[in-house]
Every structure is written in structure tokens, then in C-alpha cells.
Design a binder for this molecule. Sequence first.
Ligand SMILES: [Zn+2]
Ligand SMILES: [Zn+2]
Length: 361
Amino acid sequence: MNYEHFKHKISNTKNSSTTQTENTQKNIFLVNMNKEEEWNYSELVQKWIKKTLNNKWRVAIIVNKKGYSSGVICKSCGTIPQCRNCSVSISYHKLASGEKIGLCHICKSQYILPSHCESCNGDVVQEYGQGIQQVAERCEQHFKTKTAIIETKTANSPKKIEKIKEAVNDCQIIVATSLLNMPMQNIAFDLIVFLDADIGLNIPDYNANKHNFHFLYDTFINHQTKNFIVQTRNPYQESIRYACKLDYQGFTTFDNVFKQQYNYPPFADLAIIMYKDEIEQKLFNKVDTLYKELLYLKEKYQMKDLEIYSTPPLIYKIFGKYRYNIILKGQKTRDFMDIVYSKLNLQKKGFKIDRVAESIV
Ligand SMILES: [Zn+2]
Ligand SMILES: [Zn+2]
């Protein structure tokens, strides 16, 4: 079998003035996509969506990716065009007219959909990565039914939320971002599908597991929905598994062991010093000099357990500026930062300091 079935008995107190409770069952199916033939939709998901539609019920599909596609790739040389100001791929959005435009999600620069590769001039450039618009479009074609999209852009004001509610009432398939981990008033779903539960795991951050766990767990808990399907290529990954087991305590214990072992908050302090500049060489020089000064101070004040290393952030360049981080981690980071503060005059030199960093990316 390509999936596991986690059954949970949930008691809901029916009425707060009485102690009457109702027992319901939540079914969470975890599908191993490595064993599936189709890339995006498992057999189980297709079967359940059909069943839900036949019963005139409503399904929500959660896709944590905006727009139509993640980018384009050249089939000859593999080039993926990036934004000219930021080191991220240009993603594509479909306009109401049907035309597609390229958009940088950081600086909002717009681009046209290329017909040729900018590096090798090859003429086979293909879109990759299904965004929320594409999932909605494919569902309409495949299941022959209308869909509605819920994302920040369509739900960022009370007026827009009212409009969405009208649209949702007309549709059996709703495609949404993680915005839906909180239920919308008066809108219930009979089935919630996570198309790709692994998306959040690609971020190299010490809190990535925690965020991914909550992305799933909060949705399971906050909705009255009985049936959930989670598609993954990592069915044994802890954040996914503990969430499907509704095991909050188990996950917290696992996450704490990891954070304690690698000296991350809350078991140690974490500070980040960032520098950014339009000129890469200047950035390297500045960061290198500071790094050496910090190592000198560490030695001088005998901060033995303090780790200091320099690394580019997840997105190296944004709004035309290159960025580099120096990460400081250890039991007495805060004391050390006080010393650094008075000795090195970092702000005057253009460094940005985050003394209690919640993320290393
Ligand atoms: Zn090319
Ligand atoms: Zn940009």
C-alpha cells in the first residue's frame, strides 16, 4: 500500500453549558509519493476527490506556492532565469486575460515569459513547479467543476473575504495557501488535501521542522473536517509523522532534543550580524575583517563555547544588494554581544544586528 491511515478519536463538547460530548473520528492518510506513478496527484487523492464531488461535498487543496508556476527552465542548458535585482527565480502568474507574466516575489519586478533561453538561445523553455493557479486550472479541467482560490492577495480585506465566501459557496473545490490553516467562518470542508507536505523542509533553518509541523498540525486541529490526505516524499520525516499522529508532545520532545544537541534557542542564544552592499568585493572584505575581529575578541574573552561562522543567507541578493551573515551561537552570546557592541561600533560601520534571531536564513 502506498499510504498509511492514522485514525484519531476526537471528543467535541457539543454545548458549553452541558457536559454532553460527541465522539468523532479524524482520518489522516499519509501518502508516500515515491511509490506513485503520477507526479502530483496520488491515486488515493484522485479517488477521494471524485468521491467528495459525487457526494456534493467540498474539498480544500492546500498548495503553498503562489502564482502559476515556480519558474522556467531551459531544456538544453538548464538555465533558470532569475530576477535582475534578487537571487530568486522569476515565477509566473496568469492574468485574468490568460496572459502570463513573470514576477519576482521579493522586489515585484515584472518580466515577460521568455520564448528563448537567455544563455544558449535554445528554444525549448518549460515552466516547472505547480503554483496555486495551475492546480486550480488542472482541477477544473480534470474534475469538470469550478474552483475558487484563497490566498493572501484575494483575502487581505473584509470586502475581499466576503467575495471569496460567495465564490466558495459556488464551488466544490477550493485551492488555498497555508492561510487556510485557520478555518473561515461558515465554510466547512469534507476533505482537506496537502498536495506537497515537504515544501517547508527545503529551508535550511533550525525552525523549519517546527514550522512544517504547525503547517499540518494546526490545520488538522483547527478544522472540524474529518478526512485529510497528506502527500509527501518523506513519510518518515519527524515533523510530518508527529503531525499525522497528532502527537504534539512527541514532536516537542524531538525538536528540543535536536535544538539542545546543536545549541539552538531556547537552549542557547543566537545572534546574527548582517552586512549588505551592491559591490560583492566590498561585502567580502567587510565581513572578512569583522569575522577576524570577532575571533580575536572570542579568544581574548575566552568565550570557549561560542560558535562564530559566516554564511550567505538563503537569498543572497535582494533589491540589488548582496548580503552576508555572521552567526554567533552559544550559551553566553548576549554577554559577548555587549562586548562587541562597545568595542567594534558595528552600527556606524553599516552592520545590522539581530541579537535574538529566530531564524538563520
Ligand atoms: Zn539554455
Ligand atoms: Zn527581485
